[in-house]
Write a protein that binds this ligand. Structure first.
Ligand SMILES: NC(=O)c1ccc[n+]([C@@H]2O[C@H](COP(=O)([O-])OP(=O)(O)OC[C@H]3O[C@@H](n4cnc5c(N)ncnc54)[C@H](O)[C@@H]3O)[C@@H](O)[C@H]2O)c1
Length: 258
């Protein structure tokens, strides 16, 4: 099928974006809506999800905000149930919600470690598991998990061992689910971004001790703009990537080549 035949379109499809209330998640919501999908904007900060969903609806798209805490199985299951009640189906699940805690390993508390793993890794699993029975029954679905280049290299100078470990886990979780669910027509892929201009990296970008190292180690000599991830997300969400599953795609300005 050629790109000109609409293979990148999502008309009639329904997409969930976790952490959709700001940052990269907001861009993914807009990208999917622009391609014709109905979008569920799911976030622990409901007011942000409402702002994004309202703006999509104002632009003519179908969208609803949903409160979601990915740490909770009940919350993940309720998000999927609400999506099916609202739009009848789920075609795309984008697991984007994430947090980072920059603490030296020797000082990290159990709670800090567990928080990052609960959101960044276990939360991804809980949302995948929540949508699985529906996608298996329909024999179709595209799951996109947001990993990080931090799942492949250990970024520095900021300490973030729990984040790195969680993101490495996301990449392997995606491969594992891709293997289990290919038989059901469900594809599972990972996008692993480099440093992007969002709230998550604001503190580091404003701190020359960190920012200078980040830029020096990025061959393209800049951070990425959130909208630069949209086309890849659309590729993975749509039939354009119909033979791709279990892949981890780095989009990092070249950071990981050195
Ligand atoms: N910004 C970067 O440089 C970068 C690089 C690589 C990967 N990532 C990943 O991209 C994803 C998005 O990051 P971002 O930069 O947009 O960050 P962000 O902090 O701007 O946005 C994260 C979103 O996730 C939501 N969230 C946090 N905890 C949640 C929970 N328990 N349940 C539901 N939602 C929750 C937040 O409310 C927020 O809307 C994250 O998984 C992050 O690890 C970011």
């Amino acid at each position: 099928m050629l790109a000109g035949n609409g293979v990148f379109r999502l008309d009639g499809r329904v997409a969930i974006v976790t952490g959709g209330g700001r940052g990269l998640g907001e861009v993914f919501c807009r990208t999917f809506a622009d391609a014709g999908a109905a979008v569920v904007v799911a976030d622990v900060l409901l007011a942000n999800a409402e702002r994004v969903a309202d703006s999509l609806v104002s632009g003519g798209a179908r969208a609803v905000p949903v409160h979601l805490d990915v740490r909770s199985t009940a919350s993940a299951n309720a998000m999927v149930a609400r999506t099916i009640a609202e739009f009848g189906q789920v075609d795309v699940l984008m697991n984007n919600a994430g947090i980072v805690i920059n603490t030296p390993a020797e000082e990290m508390t159990d709670a800090q470690w567990e928080d990052v793993l609960a959101v960044d890794l276990t939360g991804v699993f809980k949302c995948c598991r929540a949508v699985a029975p529906h996608m298996i029954a329909r024999k179709r679905g595209s799951i996109i998990n947001i990993g990080s280049m931090s799942g492949v290299v250990s970024n520095h100078p900021q300490p973030q061992c729990s984040y790195n470990a969680a993101k490495a886990g996301v990449i392997m979780l995606s491969k594992s689910l891709a293997g289990e669910w290919a038989q059901y027509g469900i594809r599972v892929n990972t996008i692993s971004p480099g440093y992007m201009e969002t709230e998550m990296t604001l503190r580091g970008r404003q701190n020359p001790r960190e920012n200078d190292v980040w830029i020096e180690n990025t061959p393209m000599k800049r951070c990425g703009r959130p909208e630069e991830l949209g086309p890849l997300a659309l590729y993975l969400a749509s039939d354009a990537s119909s033979f791709m599953t279990g892949a981890n795609i780095l989009i990092d300005g070249g950071y990981t080549i050195w």
